[in-house]
Design a protein. Structure first.
Length: 94
């Protein structure tokens, strides 16, 4: 049985096997994924990718405030897409 950390209390607990809990396990997996998206590694990846996007003619600013908001090719919100390690630039830039 694996040890897990409750993201709200930060307490360690034993993960128990339960055939009826597959839906709940999926929820915890999502929670772990969200925690990972806020790691220092992911923030550095986002910073590097956004620097590339900032120079690209396909990055568009919805509000005209100098923010990089979305990609004109795929329509993705760049602040989110650049954090996901498996995502790819549709123009092959990263």
């Amino acid at each position: 049985m694996a040890k897990k950390i409750n993201p709200w209390t930060l307490e360690t607990y034993e993960e128990k096997e339960c055939p009826d809990c597959e839906v709940d396990k999926a929820k915890w997996g999502l929670t772990d994924s969200i925690k990972m998206l806020n790691s220092d590694e992911v923030k550095q990846l986002q910073k590097e990718r956004l620097a590339i996007c900032k120079k690209c003619e396909h990055s568009k600013d919805l509000m005209g405030r100098g923010w990089i908001n979305y990609c004109d090719i795929c329509g993705c919100m760049l602040n989110a897409k650049t954090r996901i390690a498996s995502s790819k630039c549709p123009d092959g830039r990263w």
